[in-house]
Design a protein around this ligand. Structure first.
Ligand SMILES: Nc1ncnc2c1ncn2[C@@H]1O[C@H](COP(=O)(O)OP(=O)(O)OP(=O)(O)O)[C@@H](O)[C@H]1O
Length: 543
């Protein structure tokens, strides 16, 4: 505001200067002429300095605001509960953090700063015009109030257009990431045309929304310019009338016309900026709700659990998206013991694994940890390592992917590399410090699984839950790793479809799930004699 005020004052000085030189042009005074040159250069320089400072402050301020908004959004998103986060696709969040913030930057934050400095300039210039000729000021004021209403009427429509643009932009991000992630499938199924057609449809909707909102922004801008010009002409005509009636001099008129430039053009900007800023409201609200920890179900740093003895589930049922998945699950998992979790595809193993790992908040029944009721499912994160069926590798080094935020220990790290089988494909120590490409593109499926497994082991939590973590490995390698897993100190819950009959007896129990219920939970020796289980094994081994 200070620099905008200074800028306005220098602009008025510049206008006064014009009037002054016109008034004194025929004085033939050399000294006055030299002084005018010095004054002119000084005014131009000062105007440049204040304009520059004004713009620089704005750029820096806006940059800081955008940085903080994105920071807060990501903080809130990552901090949100699993169930809250899973309500929307990841690409939607990506679009919110990238596109919507960009849009708000362009259509609300920068314009807002612009608006403030233009308003300061308008106020100061108004005072100057008021000083020179109150009636001309009145003409400008009345004209301004009259024409102000028209752009304001556009703001409602602009809001709708901007909201639709934001939604289409999220759809476009989602579609693009979906198609690019499916690159291999699209190639191998030779379905480029179909997916391009799909993409074109979404792209078309996006472009239509963009053009439509752009049209309204332009209409708003052009109308504002026209209205501003009308006000200016009215004021100039009023000034001429005053000259014709001998009430002001030509010098004063020139000063006023110049001052009006610093009044009318900022006014045009204000006409344009108000509806533009208002139109961003729906997107700003969306961003605010994503960045505001109070409106999102944010999980504070969870309270660490002590899991020293056992996890006990009593009659637990889980329903996801209105579909009952697990029914009356009762289960004891005791410290250090090893469990094999088996069942047909779709029987509910992964859901049970996610429940045990703290990813499912909504369940009926009792969940006890060391005989204490579990209050917040996410408290389990401190005691359970979970390696999902489709683990994610970050765009970091293998070492960083394994250690994540745990303190680094060389001896532990080396041990984990052996236990997970990562050491078998690492050619030299340097490779561990090389960045892996996006989601491990430069590693095979089995290698990625082993890195994710190493991460799970390295976290060294009291319980390790593995969802088909060795499915991509040959039987010799998976035998070697499974053997290592059985020596770990933690509780192990291992989901698999591939049974290594030479190791199966080393498990303390096999938990057999069928249609979301526990069909059997017995020591391997016992269960292996069960004809139904033998039949199940035959089916699984044949498939
Ligand atoms: N978020 C969800 N919403 C609705 N249904 C779900 C959801 N997640 C899983 N399901 C359903 O729950 C059932 C069990 O799925 P789950 O992934 O637990 O099975 P699984 O035994 O691990 O299968 P697989 O061996 O094929 O991985 C399936 O019918 C699946 O469609």
């Amino acid at each position: 505001m200070v620099t905008a005020t200074l800028y306005a004052l220098v602009s008025i000085a510049s206008a006064t200067y014009y009037g002054y030189i016109v008034e004194h042009a025929d004085n033939k005074n050399q000294a006055l002429f030299l002084m005018m040159i010095v004054m002119g250069v000084t005014i131009v320089f000062l105007r440049w300095v204040f304009d520059m400072i004004n713009q620089l402050i704005m750029v820096k301020f806006v940059g800081h605001i955008i940085y903080t908004i994105r920071q807060k959004m990501l903080q809130t998103l990552i901090g949100s509960s699993v169930s809250q986060f899973r309500k929307k696709p990841v690409s939607m969040y990506t679009s919110n953090v990238l596109n919507d913030v960009e849009m708000v930057d362009r259509d609300a934050i920068e314009p807002y700063f612009d608006f403030i400095s233009q308003l300061v300039i308008v106020l100061i210039s108004s005072m100057a015009v008021l000083y020179y000729q109150p009636i001309v000021f009145l003409v400008i004021l009345l004209g301004t109030i009259g024409v102000f209403l028209i752009p304001m009427m556009m703001s409602q429509t602009l809001q709708k257009k901007q909201a639709s643009f934001s939604n289409e932009s999220a759809n476009l991000t989602e579609k693009t990431s979906d198609i690019l992630n499916g690159f291999d499938t699209i190639k191998s199924t030779q379905s480029v045309d179909e997916f391009l057609h799909d993409f074109n449809k979404v792209n078309h909707h996006f472009t239509r929304a963009k053009v439509s909102s752009g049209k309204w922004i332009m209409a708003n801008y052009v109308t504002s310019s026209m209205l501003g010009m009308m006000v200016q002409y009215a004021a100039v005509l009023a000034s001429i009338w005053f000259i014709m009636n001998g009430m002001i001099t030509v010098g004063i008129m020139l000063t006023m016309v110049q001052t009006m430039n610093t009044l009318v053009f900022p006014l045009i900007d204000i006409f344009r900026l108000i509806p533009q800023i208002k139109s961003s409201k729906p997107i700003m609200d969306k961003i605010e709700s994503l960045a505001d920890a109070d409106t999102v179900d944010v999980v504070d740093k969870t309270s660490p659990l002590s899991l020293n003895e056992q996890i006990k589930l009593k009659d637990i049922s889980v329903t996801l998206d209105s579909k009952p998945i697990l029914h009356d699950i009762s289960l004891n998992l005791t410290a250090h013991k090893k469990y094999l979790l088996v069942g047909e595809s779709g029987s509910g193993k992964s859901t049970l694994a996610q429940l045990l790992a703290g990813f499912i908040q909504d369940y009926q029944g009792q969940f006890l940890v060391d005989n204490q009721p579990l209050i917040n499912s996410e408290d389990l994160f401190s005691s359970v390592s979970y390696v999902s069926q489709t683990p994610h590798l970050f765009n970091q080094t293998i070492k960083q992917n394994i250690v994540i935020s745990e303190p680094f220990s060389e001896s532990k790290f080396k041990r984990v590399l052996v236990q997970s089988g990562v050491n078998q494909f690492i050619e030299n120590a340097q490779q561990l410090n090389e960045s892996i490409k996006q989601n491990g593109q430069n590693y095979s499926g089995g290698q990625k699984q082993r890195i994710a497994l190493a991460r799970g082991i390295y976290q060294q939590k009291p319980m390790l839950v593995l969802d088909e973590s060795l499915s991509g490995l040959n039987s010799k390698l998976s035998h070697h790793i499974e053997d290592q897993l059985l020596t770990l100190d933690s509780i192990l819950v291992y989901i698999t479809h591939q049974f290594d009959m030479s190791l199966i007896k080393h498990y303390d129990a096999i938990i057999w799930v069928e249609n979301g219920r526990i069909k059997a939970n017995q020591e391997p020796e016992q269960l292996l004699h069960n004809p139904d289980f033998q039949a199940f094994l035959d089916v699984v081994n044949d498939s």
